[in-house]
Design a protein around this ligand. Structure first.
Ligand code: NI
Length: 170
């Protein structure tokens, strides 16, 4: 099922997500729906907070369209190591038509549970590391606008506020 992606400045995007206590069929369904929603958008990552569910779950697939999919589901992720610094132009499904250069770690090591609840550890670098850090931020209510300078922040806020008001009209 394709879920509705919340757009900034929806206050639900600021909620701090809670740990998943048990991997139930509902949680698996959520992860599957999130993947379907991400592919349909299309996007390379989606966090549960972006679909209004404040739980620590996100999905990432950075494969290009001509590559086989490499979906990774992260439940209760922890970034346990960060190393180096890189800047990528990022986008976000909650910030339509906005992109921004964001500084992140080059390499991260993440511990999480997969869709079945099995723990795994993953080391990522480059774009995959960026995607993981971006989605991880979402779980703490941190958004790409928080990485912007004051003037840019104001411009993006105004632009998306207008857009949200326009979309809300019947
Ligand atoms: Ni995002």
């Amino acid at each position: 099922m394709i879920l509705t992606i919340l757009h900034y400045p929806d206050p639900k995007l600021r909620e701090k997500a809670q740990p998943v206590r048990e991997i139930t069929p509902e949680i698996q369904r959520l992860a599957d729906d999130m993947a379907e929603t991400m592919y349909a958008a299309p996007g390379v990552g989606l966090a549960a907070t972006q679909v209004g569910v404040p739980l620590r779950v996100f999905v990432v697939d950075i494969a290009r369209e001509d590559e086989p999919s490499r979906l990774v589901t992260f439940i209760n992720p922890e970034i346990v190591e960060r190393e180096g610094e890189q800047t990528w132009e990022e986008g976000c499904l909650s910030f339509p038509d906005v992109s921004e250069d964001v500084k992140r770690a080059v390499r991260v090591r993440v511990r999480a549970q997969d869709r079945t609840g099995a723990p795994f550890e993953l080391e990522a670098e480059g774009f995959m590391a960026v995607a993981i850090q971006h989605e991880y931020d979402h779980l703490d209510g941190v958004l790409m606008i928080d990485h912007m300078g004051a003037l840019r922040k104001l411009m993006v806020h105004r632009k998306l506020e207008k857009r949200l008001a326009r979309d809300a009209r019947p």
